[in-house]
Write a protein that binds this ligand. Structure first.
Ligand code: NAD
Ligand code: UDP
Length: 347
């Protein structure tokens, strides 16, 4: 079994997808711990703004590159996190062939890089590997109910293929590969227009627009705050020995979309209504992680309740909306209001 022992010197960690929502928080946490961080990102769905504060950090390096065409790097690397992949349904379906190639060719390239550097590798997989699940909550040994021909397949099947690649590389002794199955995660630095439920509903509520609910809103999701996820990713990367099996990371609190919308309506004053839209094809009806394995192997569990994480995310989007309004109408710009200055956000 491949096993790495950290020698106490500065670790160099490559984060593919490090300019994205989750990746940028991971870069922050790794730098805070004292690691050197190399962020590789094509900026497909991520943003330079997410990593701008790190640009002059002495232990941070940014490489603009599509992982489908990434082969090696000119310095030693000790750990590789692969978060590179569009994650919201509208963005991963916008160019489905590229999404599939990112999952397969991109993951293959990064695994080969990890192999050649004798680095540990962590693959960001997803609860989508369970598809529209027939078992509830979802344990890691459930094999899923996934359409291999539908519009979500580029992502679901791409991530399943990436998992297979990781476990083949591990079984054949070539790479110390680990796989995390991430359940719906939210927080500051999500793109306001990326189409996911929490960013959509918060931005709509803060803008005074009606909240869009797809289907009847009785489908469920379990929402994990980003800092909890990042702690889980780092714990799985660092645990010894390699668990040799995928690990769910998510918050088991389960909410219907109607319940989530009601919470946001209460939190963001202004009285936005609700509009119901058709449910997208293959949209999973229920989703909740069983996190017994993460508890046992990593001593991990989420700490941030939805109400608290939502408030922090609402504050973030409020400040983003104020800044973009100021950019659009500079003559009306004010000094720099706090996030709750112009938009009333209740408790
Ligand atoms: P995100 O879209 O904000 O981040 C993905 C990052 O990868 C972006 O910066 C994007 O520019 C980059 N990227 C995409 N394709 C690339 C390519 N071919 N080459 C280089 N860079 C590329 O999404 P996120 O929410 O931060 O998700 C990060 C990872 O976690 C993704 O792999 C996603 O599948 C996984 N995940 C996230 C969630 C969630 O709820 N956030 C749930 C399950 C899995
Ligand atoms: N959804 C919704 N309104 C929106 C965006 C999403 O009702 O504006 C629903 C979507 O159909 C799904 C759930 O919210 O049932 C979560 O969607 P999201 O895109 O965040 O993530 P998914 O878990 O489907 O990948």
């Amino acid at each position: 079994m491949l096993q790495k022992v950290h020698d106490g010197k500065t670790r160099t960690v490559l984060v593919a997808g490090g300019a994205g929502f989750v990746g940028s928080h991971l870069c922050d946490a790794l730098l805070l711990r004292g690691d050197r961080v190399i962020c590789v990102d094509s900026f497909l769905t991520g943003s330079k703004i997410n990593v701008q504060p790190l640009e002059n950090h002495p232990r941070f390096r940014l490489i603009e590159q599509d992982v489908c065409h990434f082969s090696d790097i000119d310095e030693p690397v000790h750990q590789v996190y692969n978060l590179a992949c569009a994650a919201s349904p509208p963005s991963y379906q916008a160019d489905p062939v590229h999404t599939m190639m990112t999952c397969v060719a991109g993951t293959g390239n990064l695994l080969a890089l990890a192999e050649s550097h004798n680095a540990s590798f962590l693959q960001a997989s997803t609860s989508e590997v369970y598809g529209d699940p027939e078992e509830h909550p979802q344990r890691e040994d459930y094999r899923g109910n996934v359409s291999c021909t539908g519009p979500r397949a580029c992502y679901d099947e791409g991530k399943r293929a990436a998992e297979a690649l990781c476990f083949d590389m591990l079984r054949t002794g070539r790479t110390d590969a680990r796989v995390v199955r991430i359940f719906n995660t939210y927080g500051p630095r999500m793109q306001p227009n990326d189409g996911r439920i929490i960013s959509n509903l918060l931005v709509q509520a803060l803008s005074g627009d009606p909240l869009t609910i797809y289907g009847n809103g009785e489908q469920t999701r379990s929402f994990c705050f980003v800092t909890d996820l990042v702690a889980g990713l780092m714990a799985l990367m660092d645990v010894e020995p390699n668990p040799g099996a995928p690990v769910n990371i998510g918050n088991p609190g389960e909410f219907t979309i109607n319940e989530l919308a009601a919470m946001i309506q209460t939190m963001v004053a202004g009285g936005s209504g609700i509009v119901y839209r058709p449910l997208p094809k293959d949209d999973p009806q229920r989703r909740r992680p069983d996190i017994a394995r993460a508890r046992e192997l990593l001593d991990w569990e989420p700490k941030v309740p939805l109400s608290q994480g939502l408030q922090q995310t609402a504050d973030y989007f409020a400040s983003v909306l104020i800044e973009s309004e100021q950019r659009a109408t500079p003559s009306r710009a004010r000094p720099h209001p706090g996030p709750t200055d112009a938009l009333q956000i209740g408790a």
